[in-house]
Every structure is written in structure tokens, then in C-alpha cells.
Design a protein around this ligand. Structure first.
Ligand SMILES: [Zn+2]
Ligand SMILES: [Zn+2]
Length: 136
């Protein structure tokens, strides 16, 4: 092996010029594999770390969207006239979800708004109900 030649971090018998852009470890053809989404070639450890990170990220988005789902659920409950628990729940959850809007997945904002709109309908239907009762 000539001086200055690099070897793969995992296969010391294999000379290589390529290295992982993430951790800088040199790697042979076998070790550095292309990540389909980004087109970069990463070493096995970095690919694993990346996947673990993506999994965490997905879970995080799920949790963030959950509050928006709650807003929608409460909104549906609030459609029943006089069920003010639903309106309060939808408004609280909807506002909390919208305050986190930059972190929500695309659907989250729509869900939160749907919940708020549904609770609005609930309030309206109750108002109508009350109005009808007052007339008769
Ligand atoms: Zn790496
Ligand atoms: Zn290797």
C-alpha cells in the first residue's frame, strides 16, 4: 500500500478514495451505499442513524398531529346541540394545534380548522334550537 492511500474504515485491506460525507470515514464500494432519497453515499452507521432519526421524526409528527385529531373529534361531539363540552374541547385543542402549526404535518392544520368549524356549527345549531324553543 502506498503512503497516503486510504483504506476502508471497516475493511482495512481495501484501498479507497471515497468517504462518508456525514462522518468522514473512508469506505469501500460495499460499505458506502447510496441513500435513495438524497442520492448521497453513506457508511452503514450513518445510514442506520439516519433511519433511526427519520423514525423518531415520524413519531414526533404523529404526536403533534394528535392534538389536531382531538380538535376534530371534539368538534364532531360538539355538533350535538347543547353539548358544550365538545365546543370547549374543540376550541382548546384547535387553538393549541394551530399555535403549533409550523410543526404540524400538512393535514394537522386542516384537521384543527375542521374541528373549530364543526364546533362553530354546534354553537350555531344550539343557538337555532334555543331560538326555536323561544318562538314556540
Ligand atoms: Zn458515516
Ligand atoms: Zn468496506
Amino acid at each position: 500500500m502506498t503512503a497516503g492511500a486510504q483504506v476502508c474504515a471497516r475493511h482495512p485491506d481495501r484501498a479507497t478514495t471515497a468517504h462518508c460525507p456525514r462522518c468522514g470515514d473512508f469506505g469501500c464500494e460495499e460499505c458506502l451505499q447510496t441513500v435513495p432519497e438524497s442520492g448521497t453515499r453513506l457508511c452503514p452507521e450513518c445510514r442506520q442513524r439516519r433511519e433511526a432519526h427519520l423514525r423518531d421524526h415520524d413519531l414526533g409528527a404523529d404526536r403533534k398531529n394528535r392534538i389536531a385529531w382531538w380538535a376534530l373529534g371534539f368538534g364532531l361531539v360538539g355538533l350535538v346541540p347543547f353539548l358544550w363540552v365538545g365546543w370547549v374541547g374543540a376550541i382548546v385543542c384547535g387553538i393549541v394545534a394551530l399555535r403549533r402549526a409550523p410543526n404540524l404535518d400538512g393535514d394537522g392544520v386542516g384537521l384543527a380548522i375542521a374541528g373549530l368549524v364543526l364546533s362553530g356549527f354546534g354553537v350555531l345549531s344550539t343557538a337555532l334550537f334555543v331560538a326555536l324553543l323561544a318562538v314556540t
